[in-house]
Design a binder for this molecule. Structure first.
Ligand code: DC
Length: 215
């Protein structure tokens, strides 16, 4: 499940994983956790070579329970802290570095391989259908209007406005879509779903229908 922030990926992915008794992996949380770790160490995030030199250092552990997703770095639970403004503001710089992506894509593939004997996994991110799991049984690319995405994000966060969220999302979309390494783009065989007019239950029902049809 790929798409920009605010497209409804996280809630839909978790809902689908629950309905089908599958595991769930939030790959954005992995990029955020590495970013949190780099910020703790005062790494100069304007210097891609400084980020690249440390890309293999943080030890990540992911929970793939759709009812209790989480991430620890070097044993510290950072599930809450990775949603902070500091991490959100810095994650595009870290996720653009090829060495970081190489490491996290390898980890993501390991987690996917481990889940297959148990039935499989719903994985959400930006490059899942194109890079991480090109052989996925079903690929969904979620979109929504800029207004709808900003409204959803504003409802989740305290102390922000729709206008501020719109500007921040436009900035991150631009960085995520124009970076050289694995930019956000739909896979050729992904099914695109515009969630603007849909409720979360509608989105989950539609994805479950597509899974039944395709898988
Ligand atoms: O989904 P999110 O907002 O938590 O993702 C955080 C950042 O990580 C986002 O700006 C882009 C990046 N990301 C990525 O480059 N590749 C992924 N598979 C997932 C997220």
């Amino acid at each position: 499940m790929d798409g920009p922030s605010g497209s409804g990926k996280s809630s839909a992915s978790r809902g689908v994983a629950r309905a089908l008794s599958l595991r769930y992996l939030d790959t954005g949380a992995m990029y955020r956790a590495v970013t949190w770790w780099m910020l703790q160490r005062d790494v100069d995030l304007a210097d891609p070579s400084a980020i690249a030199a440390l890309a293999d250092e943080p030890a990540l552990a992911m929970s793939t329970d759709p009812d209790a997703p989480g991430v620890t770095v070097d044993g510290t639970d950072v599930t809450g802290p990775i949603r902070g403004q500091d991490v959100t503001g810095a994650v595009s710089a870290v996720s653009a570095v090829p060495e970081v992506r190489r490491r996290l894509v390898a980890l993501q593939r390991e987690i996917i391989a481990e889940s297959l004997p148990g039935g499989g996994i719903v994985v959400e991110g930006r490059d899942i259908g194109t890079v991480v799991a090109p052989d996925a049984a079903v690929k969904i690319y979620l979109t929504a209007s800029a207004e709808a995405r900003a409204q959803r994000r504003t409802a989740e966060l305290d102390g922000t406005t729709v206008e501020a969220q719109k500007a921040d999302m436009a900035r991150r979309d631009r960085l995520d879509s124009t970076r050289k390494a694995d930019p956000l783009t739909p896979a050729a065989d992904a099914i695109e779903l515009d969630t603007t007019p849909l409720t979360l239950d509608d989105v989950i029902a539609e994805v479950l229908r597509l899974v039944k049809e395709r898988a």
